[in-house]
Design a protein around this ligand. Structure first.
Ligand SMILES: [Zn+2]
Ligand SMILES: [Zn+2]
Length: 542
């Protein structure tokens, strides 16, 4: 009896499929996705007629303020992104300034040459051995497999934005094909009653506000543990960009991220196939070949401006990044180089300024940890560590017009930089007071509430047990091919550079206890008002 029912159900399904094949067009009428965005071009429009908010600062005579002009810092920013494009041209699959790769080392050599040209004579690349291996994909392809049950004339579609995630092993035989299971955002509620075993799971990922904050981090790993043989993370994002982020990997299993337009197509055909009763005919094919490289060398670039006291202020920016890495972190590195140039022209500082271009969270190794290990003198002499990371990202926001595909409102580029989280690890009232001048006097967009968290590159410096501070954000294009050179306006770089010059000057001149004592320190503000910092108005536009 049971067998008869199964047979009947199967016959009905075949009948429904053949009916559909006659009455629907390919892929149920869903248009195939466009190619992936050209990663050398921006995903968004940056020439819409409204320029980024002007940077309005006066040059103080004899102070070399012009070294912090937006045009000067932007020229370095372009040079840094150029090393990523060199990696792309060299055929690197995970391209950019990935730590321990030639393009990264060239970035550090460039930073040293810029430090030396500024007069920092001791500038040097300090190599260190990397113990962890580096995962390197060689080839891959993700396809939605054509089947007449999915509409007459349906042929296989390649998802061109598919990008493999770290750790995925070479697939035996080169290829695996399996039915699709859609798991929403992969919450326990989404997974209730769903069997992912032996299937390729599709997760809808919302970067809110970026992959750094996405609730879907770790879902791919969870799905692999539940028996999914592969995972496709479909990112709800502008265009059809590439994404690469270890938090969406799934161990040795083949696991990919796809851009917004590929994700839209895939989710549409999943829905329509399910409605037509032929979801079991919808299959995805995954191809992946990869290797692991070990015995690698990474490095930091280090330069100093010697001070009069035995104390040190470390100014750090990571030089590594994925894809163009315009904001992450060509922005911070360009400001670092600009600040070195500026302080080389100032009177000798009280404390030694150490400029570090580090590397190692986009790729193997940890630059700051290696620096701390090889410089024991830093342990008891570091007054403060300042980190420059993601300092001038032009905000990409949801606009006011509903997207035609109804994934929500269309994305728009703002004329302001994204707001950044300010962190001071020891809650020094003095440092918080200095940071309050960032928005008020320098036009730097921050959150209204500072905190103690310092995510990003500072982790390796914790062993110094010194206070640490930074501002940081991560936007829509964080760790994607949309983080392009155009995403970082000269004006934003100038705002960040000028504020950090002010921050370093204030820290250098302050009583040490104001920096080291933390929140218990009685404090009365003696900082000048904004007018003293910018007595006239001038735009940074070249
Ligand atoms: Zn990053
Ligand atoms: Zn970063």
């Amino acid at each position: 009896m049971r067998r008869t029912w199964t047979l009947l159900a199967a016959q009905t399904s075949i009948a429904a499929a053949s009916l559909l094949a006659q009455t629907t067009s390919a892929w149920f009428g869903v248009a195939p996705p466009p190619p992936a965005n050209d990663p050398t071009r921006p995903v968004m429009k940056y020439d819409g007629g409204y320029a980024p908010l002007a940077a309005q600062f006066a040059h103080r005579s004899g102070r070399f303020d012009e070294l912090l002009d937006g045009a000067a810092v932007k020229a370095d920013h372009r040079a840094i992104v150029g090393f990523s494009l060199e990696s792309l041209a060299a055929g690197d699959k995970v391209w950019g300034r990935r730590a321990a790769t030639p393009s990264f080392m060239h970035t550090l050599e460039w930073a040293v040459s810029r430090f030396k040209a500024a007069g920092l004579k001791d500038a040097v690349v300090e190599p260190f051995a990397v113990t962890a291996p580096m995962w390197v994909p060689q080839s891959w392809r993700v396809q939605v497999v054509g089947d007449p049950a999915l509409g007459a004339g349906t042929t296989t579609v390649t998802l061109a934005s598919a990008f493999p995630q770290s750790g995925g092993a070479t697939i035996p035989g080169g290829r695996v094909m399996a039915p699709v299971v859609f798991v929403g955002r992969g919450t326990d509620a989404d997974l209730a009653g769903r069997d992912v075993s032996g299937k390729i799971a599709v997760v809808h990922v919302r970067p809110e506000p970026s992959l750094f904050g996405s609730a879907e981090q770790g879902v791919a790993q969870k799905l692999a543990a539940k028996g999914a043989i592969g995972v496709v993370n479909a990112v709800e994002g502008p265009g059809n960009a590439f994404y690469f982020d270890p938090r969406f990997a799934c161990g040795k299993s083949p696991c990919f991220m796809i851009g917004g337009q590929d994700g839209w197509f895939l989710e549409q055909v999943i829905g329509k196939a399910a409605a037509a009763g032929v979801l079991d005919r919808l299959k995805i094919s995954l191809e992946l070949a990869s290797e692991e490289r070990s015995g690698l060398t990474s490095a930091n670039a280090v330069a100093t401006i010697p001070g009069a006291s035995p104390k040190r202020i470390i100014v750090n920016a990571h030089a590594d990044g994925y894809f163009q890495g315009g904001d992450d972190n060509a922005s911070g590195l360009a400001v670092l180089v600009g600040l070195a140039r500026y302080f080389a022209k100032q009177p000798q500082p009280k404390h030694t300024l150490i400029f570090v271009a580090s590397g190692g969270h986009h790729g193997p190794g940890n630059g700051p940890a290696a620096l701390v290990a090889s410089h024991p003198e830093l342990k008891d002499s570091t007054l403060l560590v300042i980190n420059l990371e993601h300092v001038a990202y032009l905000d990409v926001v949801r606009g006011k017009t509903r997207a035609t595909n109804n994934t929500g409102m269309v994305w728009e580029t703002s004329v302001t930089e994204s707001a950044k989280a300010v962190g001071v690890t020891n809650e020094s009232p003095f440092l918080f007071d200095v940071w309050s001048r960032a928005p008020r006097c320098f036009g730097v967009a921050t959150y209204q509430q500072p905190g103690t968290g310092v995510p990003g590159d500072l982790g390796g410096y914790r062993a110094l047990n010194a206070p640490m501070t930074q501002m940081i954000q991560s936007g829509t294009f964080y760790h994607s091919s949309g983080d392009v050179v155009e995403q970082v306006p000269a004006e934003g770089l100038e705002r960040a550079a000028r504020f950090h010059a002010y921050l370093i000057e204030q820290v250098d001149q302050a009583a040490e206890a104001l920096i080291t004592s933390g929140k218990s320190m009685p404090y009365v503000s003696r900082l000048g008002d904004c007018g003293a910092m910018m007595p006239a108005v001038r735009s940074s536009q070249p």
